[in-house]
Design a protein around this ligand. Structure first.
Ligand code: NFM
Length: 223
């Protein structure tokens, strides 16, 4: 029997070009090809630390919405709680990594693309934003990093050894499984959502993709 085509599958087909633009960005290609400019990497590291700090309250808001809004026999709260726990570890990792590369985190000023992305996250914290819509953003944000960095770990990649650990952080298999769990959560929600919510959720996905591309551009020094 043919498995049913899910909403996320439909969207990824429909927006394949934009999606690939986010997961196969020149910044990621330059890591994969081994010709990344280390100053770009350091820019990304410092800016992403700021992003991740803003991501925490957003994820906490998704957790709250899951608790209130899903008929959670499905374990959504536990999956999202796992995400929160991973972020705790991630923040420590950023500090350690920044020290290693001589990046002074306390003096990082968020660049425009980062500010706009963080502002977008804040707008999704609002209780007016449905659980389904926020969950779509969450799934997309995590999955873009997973796919991007997993690409840098493929057998034929020439990722510099000193960047492998960074790629592992998001490109590893268990992070991939976590992203699949998020996708299942999202598809289950979308299955029972109104057309209005589905429309909003799709628009939110597109905005995440655009913000991610802008974030890579910023890191790459192209803006
Ligand atoms: C800009 C951006 N997008 C996604 C992620 C991955 N999620 C949490 O770490 C990230 N760190 N930064």
């Amino acid at each position: 029997m043919q498995a049913k085509i899910t909403v996320t599958e439909t969207w990824l087909r429909k927006h394949r070009h934009l999606y690939d633009g986010a997961t196969r960005h020149p910044f990621i290609r330059s890591i994969r090809d081994g010709n990344i400019d280390i100053s770009s990497f350091k820019t990304w590291l410092g800016q992403d630390y700021i992003f991740v700090r803003a991501f925490v309250p957003f994820v906490a808001s998704v957790l709250t919405k899951a608790y209130k809004g899903s008929d959670d026999g499905n374990g959504d709260v536990e999956v999202i709680l796992g995400g929160v726990a991973a972020l705790h570890d991630e923040i420590s990792w950023f500090k350690k990594e920044a020290f290693k590369w001589g990046v002074q985190l306390s003096s990082i000023v968020p660049q425009k693309a980062n500010q706009e992305y963080c502002r977008f996250l804040e707008s999704l914290i609002s209780p007016d934003v449905e659980y389904t819509v926020a969950a779509v953003a969450f799934w997309a944000i995590e999955t873009i990093y997973q796919e991007s960095f997993a690409h840098c770990l493929e057998d034929d990649s020439k990722t510099p050894p000193e960047l492998k650990e960074t790629c592992q952080r998001w490109g590893n298999e268990s992070f991939g499984e976590y992203c699949n769990s998020l996708r299942n959560i999202v598809d289950r929600q979308l299955e029972k959502a109104s057309n209005d919510v589905i429309t909003k959720a799709e628009a939110t996905l597109l905005r995440v993709l655009e913000h991610e591309v802008d974030f890579w551009n910023m890191s790459h020094g192209r803006t």
